[in-house]
Design a protein around this ligand. Structure first.
Ligand SMILES: Nc1ncnc2c1ncn2[C@@H]1O[C@H](COP(=O)(O)OP(=O)(O)O)[C@@H](O)[C@H]1O
Ligand SMILES: [Mg+2]
Length: 365
């Protein structure tokens, strides 16, 4: 059964439309990530769900009931911000109890809920400390604890990890994944970090330009990006997009000619493509391999070599000036300035039409 439903949410600040007809349905225990560039309306949408912001039109429903007219405290959701916003003069215990006391939850029950949350978060020995005596990661856990004790139907997390340093962020990400197994609620997390979204979420909502660009499981978004924006945004380094033109032919799959004249045989169905108009070929680095000059699909000049240990990224320029990212072994011998061949794995190539719509390889039979 659907838990949260967003139905045609619109929001403008003055003349600036920020969210245009955003609709989304979410299952009761689902973990959803809102992923998109800065300014794409992620926080605004989360705040509309929380009741900290009002939509200009559209409905928010939780378990079938409209909640968009309710006070934030009456919505059965709990929000955690990037800045922990703990009260510095209160202990951890008092910070966690504060909202419950205001809601007139009986003292015995408050103690019980705090004990439970502290156990889930493994901060049982920290309850009498003040936030100033704790590390950033511990403080963020207290902020999450303060949400847990409310026992909400839905957790709303706005960039909860982005204030933590890299090592702590990775560790807290793992903890968040474990925590998620222990709370009986849905989670929506806003992030601009695709690794966070890919590792934590059941489904990712990609936002850009006032709209949802794609909703899907992490690997679905990676392997079948709905459009050129998603293709370029998800994946690091980004998918290469180069100009391509459809070659005439009878076969079921599209064969395209690149700007430098090279031809690539894809597994994208020819039937689904527009008959004419410009295309772009999309190549993940892992589907472009360096080859000896004179072999492979085409040739290129190496602009930059990035050694990552387990693999080497090779940034190269085709004869017509377009750039392509290729991937080589960790111990690659390629150097800047080399002329190399590139072997393109056409089976893994994507095509994007003039509207930006993605067309992908047919699933292997
Ligand atoms: N209170 C506000 N008043 C005016 N403009 C705002 C306000 N809050 C957000 N915006 C604008 O709305 C857009 C979306 O912002 P936001 O939802 O914070 O994006 P994100 O969280 O994806 O970075 C941005 O252009 C931002 O400048
Ligand atoms: Mg934001």
């Amino acid at each position: 059964m659907l838990s949260l439903e967003l139905d045609r949410i619109r929001k403008a600040y003055g003349d600036t439309l920020v969210l245009d007809d955003v609709s989304l349905g979410m299952d009761a225990r689902e973990f959803i990530a809102f992923l998109g560039p800065s300014g794409s309306g992620k926080s605004t949408l989360l705040r509309i769900i929380a009741g900290l912001e009002t939509a200009d039109s559209g409905e928010v429903r939780l378990d079938g009931q409209r909640i968009d007219h309710l006070h934030p405290g009456d919505r059965n959701v709990a929000m955690v911000f990037q800045h922990y916003a703990l009260y510095p003069h209160m202990t951890v215990r008092e910070n966690m109890a504060f909202g419950l006391r205001n809601a007139r939850v009986p003292k015995g029950e408050i103690d019980e809920r705090i004990a439970q949350a502290a156990k889930v978060l493994e901060i049982e020995d920290q309850l009498d400390k003040k936030p100033g005596q704790m590390s950033g990661g511990q403080r963020q856990r207290v902020a999450i604890g303060r949400a847990i004790v409310k026992q909400p139907r839905l957790f709303l997390l706005d960039e909860p990890l982005s204030n933590l340093d890299a090592a702590l962020r990775t560790r807290t990400r793992v903890e968040l994944a474990q925590l998620r197994q222990r709370v009986d609620a849905g989670v929506i997390m806003v992030t601009h970090d695709q690794a966070e979204a890919m590792t934590l979420a059941d489904r990712i909502v990609i936002m850009n330009d006032r709209r949802i660009q794609q909703i899907g499981a992490p690997m679905e978004i990676y392997t079948r990006p709905a459009n050129a924006f998603v293709a370029g945004f998800v994946g690091s380094p980004a998918m290469t997009l180069v100009k391509a033109a459809l070659e005439p032919g009878e076969g079921p799959f599209a064969r395209v000619r690149l700007g430098d004249g090279a031809q690539v045989e894809t597994r994208v169905s020819r039937a689904g493509l527009p008959v004419d108009g410009p295309l772009r070929l999309g190549l993940r680095p892992e589907s472009v391999r360096p080859a000896a000059a004179g072999t492979g699909t085409t040739e290129a000049e190496v602009l930059l070599v990035e050694r990552l240990g387990d693999r080497t990224l090779v940034y190269a320029r085709l004869a017509n000036g377009e750039e392509v990212t290729a991937q080589d072994e960790g111990n690659s011998r390629i150097r800047m300035g080399d002329r190399i061949g590139l072997a393109v794995d056409g089976k893994a190539a994507h095509l994007f039409d003039a509207d930006g719509t993605g067309h992908h390889a047919e699933a292997a039979a």
